[in-house]
Design a protein. Structure first.
Length: 209
């Protein structure tokens, strides 16, 4: 019986020591607070403050989105480059070549592009398109005019001259024309492309140019 009593005492001492060590461990490394009424009220105030901050952030995001959409509407008459600024000329040349194919004009027509800075304007440049057509029919010219018209304000005529290909025995006509596209700079284009709606620039089959 004495040996059993010693064992129980040892177990009791060990258990007591473990409880003391566990108490100090929990006190040292584990922090917790009872859900008292003041603590609950404090948490509620914090949640209400976070909810207010979230509503303000949502309102600012909505306002910014509306501002970008309004600017996108204003930018509809302008060419927005799809790549680097150095490639804008190539983009416009490719798009205008597509226009000539849609007008069913011969592919060997001469096209020259020239980019000009506009005085007093930092974020917009002008790209002039010089077109020379020789020996084309008036039907082909008419198709060209219709295709250009489809582009609306994105492409405008600055000069156009149509004359007979032969003054004495005219069969077809020659056309000399200059058209222009206004191109947004990279900074303006990047800002407009921040729209969170993911809305494409080319909607319902509208021309890109």
């Amino acid at each position: 019986m004495a040996s059993i009593s010693k064992i129980n005492r040892r177990q009791l001492v060990l258990l007591t020591m473990m409880l003391v060590i566990g108490f100090f461990f929990v006190r040292r490394y584990v922090t917790f607070a009872l859900p008292t009424t003041p603590l609950i009220d404090e948490r509620l105030l914090q949640l209400q403050s976070l909810r207010g901050d979230l509503q303000v952030a949502r309102k600012q995001a909505d306002d910014r989105l509306q501002e970008i959409k309004a600017l996108q509407t204003l930018a509809e008459p302008y060419w927005i480059p799809a790549g680097q600024r150095a490639l804008v000329d190539q983009e416009i040349n490719k798009e205008f070549g597509k226009l000539l194919r849609q007008a069913q004009l011969p592919a060997n027509q001469k096209i020259d592009l020239q980019r000009n800075k506009l005085p007093g304007v930092n974020h917009i440049q002008e790209v002039q398109i010089r077109l020379e057509l020789r020996g084309v029919s008036m039907r082909e010219v008419s198709r060209l005019l219709q295709e250009v018209h489809k582009y609306g304000d994105k492409l405008s005529w600055s000069y156009c001259r149509i004359e007979p290909d032969n003054p004495r025995t005219p069969k077809n006509v020659n056309l000399s024309a200059r058209l222009r596209a206004l191109v947004l700079g990279n900074e303006a284009a990047d800002y407009l492309n921040q729209s969170a709606s993911g809305k494409p620039r080319n909607e319902q089959g509208a021309p890109t140019l």
